[in-house]
Design a protein around this ligand. Structure first.
Ligand SMILES: [Fe+2]
Ligand SMILES: [Fe+2]
Length: 167
């Protein structure tokens, strides 16, 4: 598997703003749930935080860095395997539409969110979820989510191709 996030990046860029999130057992439990290809929901959320920081830097959005990182890390905090459903999956066939609301409810219960963090989680599936983001942090997370998804699916499919060739 290709690695996008290093321990140093976690320590330098994410931990200063998200220490309590990284020490939360429910957050860490997302390592067991696959998001795309071989990447877990946990890895995906770190990837989104990484791309959101890049977007903020390159476009000079001057985001609230703490809200940006917390919103990115918690945007898919729905806490079940969406491929098979399970406890908390209230609409198994409509995961794409409903998981932002589920993630928001879980995240606000565990981490007391501000309005920018809530908006980033609630709107990150835009345009699927119709109402567009209403702050720059939410826009950055929404774009970063698409970027991370494409990156993960591309890397995952390349890895699958390589492993098939090596058999
Ligand atoms: Fe999502
Ligand atoms: Fe996502």
């Amino acid at each position: 598997m290709s690695e996008l996030i290093t321990d140093k990046m976690i320590e330098d860029e994410l931990m200063p703003y998200a220490g309590p999130i990284f020490s939360n057992q429910r957050f860490l439990s997302q390592k067991q749930y696959i998001q795309h290809g071989t990447f877990s929901v946990y890895s995906h959320e770190l990837h989104v935080a990484h791309f959101a920081i890049k977007i903020d830097r390159v476009l000079r959005l001057h985001c609230d860095r703490k809200a940006l990182i917390r919103g990115a890390l918690l945007h898919d905090y729905f806490l079940y395997d969406w491929h098979v459903g399970g406890k908390g999956d209230i609409h198994p066939k409509l995961h794409g539409f409903y998981h932002p609301g589920i993630a928001l409810s879980n995240a606000d219960r565990d981490f007391a969110l501000n309005d920018r963090e809530k908006d980033a989680i609630r709107k990150h599936m835009w345009p699927l979820t119709v109402i567009p983001p209403s702050c720059r942090e939410a826009w950055a997370v929404t774009i970063a989510d698409k970027w991370a998804t494409v990156w993960e699916k591309t890397v995952a499919s390349q890895n699958a191709t390589h492993s098939e060739k090596s058999i």
